[in-house]
Design a protein around this ligand. Structure first.
Ligand SMILES: Cc1cc2nc3c(=O)[nH]c(=O)nc-3n(C[C@H](O)[C@H](O)[C@H](O)COP(=O)(O)OP(=O)(O)OC[C@H]3O[C@@H](n4cnc5c(N)ncnc54)[C@H](O)[C@@H]3O)c2cc1C
Length: 487
């Protein structure tokens, strides 16, 4: 009798224990507003949803090599005759109006996505509007994979090259390192081929050049083998991150992909970390399947907004899930195939904003110590910090990785109010000061909260970069809010 009573109590405790997180996740779902806010006709915006801007026209390009050249030549002629500026848009995941010029023409490059793989030289020729996801699915059939790309596959090739993005491929410089050449329509409507040998100055300016030197049309990318990978995970103190990184990642030739994460709940704030890596194994990589629903993961993520309980729950669930999936096998393409909808924010009163700072290894621990009080006192809600290594970039003129760096990627949730903007601007400036003090830089595709003088401290080459812009495009035909702000 006594025994039965004991089991009933255990069951009750278990039900209560499980129902609290379940209720939290359900509450998150109930609070969400699923109605989409449409962008009004004649306007455009970017991923920040803080850049709604009236434009002259949005023109989608065709998916045909001859047709796109004819169309773009006509657009350039029309723009010059009517004194209109042209901005170039991919998936518009940049966040400071980098794809937008007020009352200008917006080129929507996304339809331009034909591709062809040369299996002898391992070179993929691809239209700049294609998403990485399109490329991964195409390459998967031939056992190939993308060499360098971001953590999500829902970005365009042209946009990714123009910010010179990076991901979590081990020992890898940014995307430019995998670009062999590309064709560019310049401000005179001529098509020029750019590589490290041909028009090399332009090559270096265009990668990481934020659409200011012309329209990237067709790109030749070096591809790699799609391989089978096994997931590994270590929970550690951030203080030991570098030593563990050296031991388990740098010193291990089997590691193919790697990222770290810092705990961001008030409890143990930046005092716990995970190191996640994928080792190459001798097995046939599985073919890429349709992307699975990520709704539960998304709700766990969204449940951490404005909630210490949600943040702790997410950390516990993620670390628990990591442990459970240790040694699971994936193909490289499967790991790379991930849509940004995984973290989609459906609350229209707030927006999620990214920032990234690149810090040399020698100041890794010092940097974490110095950002702690700044993040703690800020009213802005910090949702995530991941860590990636980015090797020195020898290609892009406006390089953010002038030596090997660790990238700290922050995701914040900000209210769409004047106060929210003010707080974010203050926070960004404080974080940049810490990065500069530690020999670091910041990433340029995000909000434009830094003034041009401070930008030049992080990018001493900016002054000559903008001079080069005038050499290649004296009428400033290719234009956007990034250029207006920093030039
Ligand atoms: C949720 C999220 C996650 C992100 N993760 C990462 C990450 O892991 N790593 C990383 O490096 N970055 C990341 N970013 C940052 C960044 O915005 C993207 O790397 C990049 O902008 C995505 O490409 P896009 O197609 O959205 O580019 P867009 O935002 O459309 O364009 C970016 C720039 O490229 C120019 N451009 C676009 N197409 C062309 C073209 N055909 N010719 C010439 N110029 C062109 C535009 O004018 C603009 O200046 C992330 C952003 C978000 C919102």
């Amino acid at each position: 009798m006594k025994k039965m009573h004991f089991w009933k109590i255990c069951l009750l405790i278990l039900v209560v224990f499980l129902s609290i997180p379940l209720l939290h996740i359900l509450k998150t779902k109930w609070k969400e507003d699923d109605t989409k806010v449409a962008i009004p006709q004649g306007y455009t915006d970017d991923a920040s949803r803080l850049n709604l801007t009236k434009v002259d026209t949005i023109i989608s390009v065709p998916n045909d090599k001859k047709a796109i050249e004819i169309q773009l030549r006509n657009i350039l002629k029309y723009a010059k005759a009517n004194k209109l500026k042209i901005s170039i848009a991919g998936a518009q995941h940049s966040m400071g109006g980098h794809t937008i010029y007020p009352d200008g023409i917006v080129l929507n490059m996304l339809p331009y996505k034909q591709m062809e793989l040369d299996t002898v030289s391992n070179i993929l020729t691809i239209g700049s509007g294609a998403f990485w996801e399109d490329a991964l699915r195409y390459l998967d059939k031939s056992g190939k994979s993308i060499s360098v790309m971001q953590s999500f596959s829902s970005f365009s090739i042209g946009g990714s090259m123009s910010v010179n993005g990076h991901g979590w491929q081990k020992d890898s410089p940014p995307i430019s390192s995998s670009v062999i050449s590309f064709t560019l329509m310049n401000a005179n409507a001529e098509i020029v081929n750019c590589s490290r040998e041909e028009n090399s100055e332009l090559f270096h300016l265009v990668v990481g050049g934020y659409g200011l030197f012309g329209i990237i049309l067709e790109v030749k990318l070096k591809v790699v083998d799609n391989v089978a990978l096994q997931y590994k995970y270590i929970k550690l103190s951030p203080k030991n991150y570098i030593s563990h990184y050296k031991k388990y990642v740098s010193g291990n030739p089997k590691v193919n992909m790697v990222y770290g994460r810092l705990r961001i709940s008030d409890k143990h704030f930046l005092e716990e970390a995970t190191l996640n890596f994928f080792e190459k194994i001798k097995a046939e990589p599985k073919l890429l399947q349709e992307q699975k629903s990520v709704e539960t993961q998304r709700l766990v993520f969204r449940g951490s907004v404005d909630s210490e309980y949600g943040k702790r729950l997410r950390w516990d669930l993620e670390t628990g899930a990591n442990k459970a999936r240790e040694n699971s096998e994936y193909s490289r393409n499967e790991v790379l195939s991930s849509d940004a909808s995984l973290i989609e924010n459906k609350d229209h009163s707030s927006t999620d904003l990214l920032q990234e700072y690149f810090i040399p290894e020698r100041n890794f621990n010092q940097y974490i110590e110095e950002i702690k009080p700044i993040l703690k006192k800020s009213e802005i809600d910090l949702l995530n910090i991941t860590i990636r290594d980015v090797h020195k970039d020898k290609d892009s003129y406006l390089s953010y990785a002038r030596e090997d760096m660790f990238g700290f990627v922050f995701l914040f949730n900000q209210k769409k109010t004047a106060q929210g903007e003010k707080e974010m601007k203050n926070l960004t400036n404080e974080l940049i000061d810490v990065a500069l003090k530690n020999g670091g830089t910041y990433y340029l595709p995000y909000r434009l909260h830094i003034d041009r003088n401070k930008m030049r401290k992080a990018y001493p080459q900016a002054e000559s970069f903008f001079k080069m812009k005038l050499k290649y495009d004296p009428e400033e035909l290719f234009n956007n809010k990034f250029y207006q702000h920093y030039r």
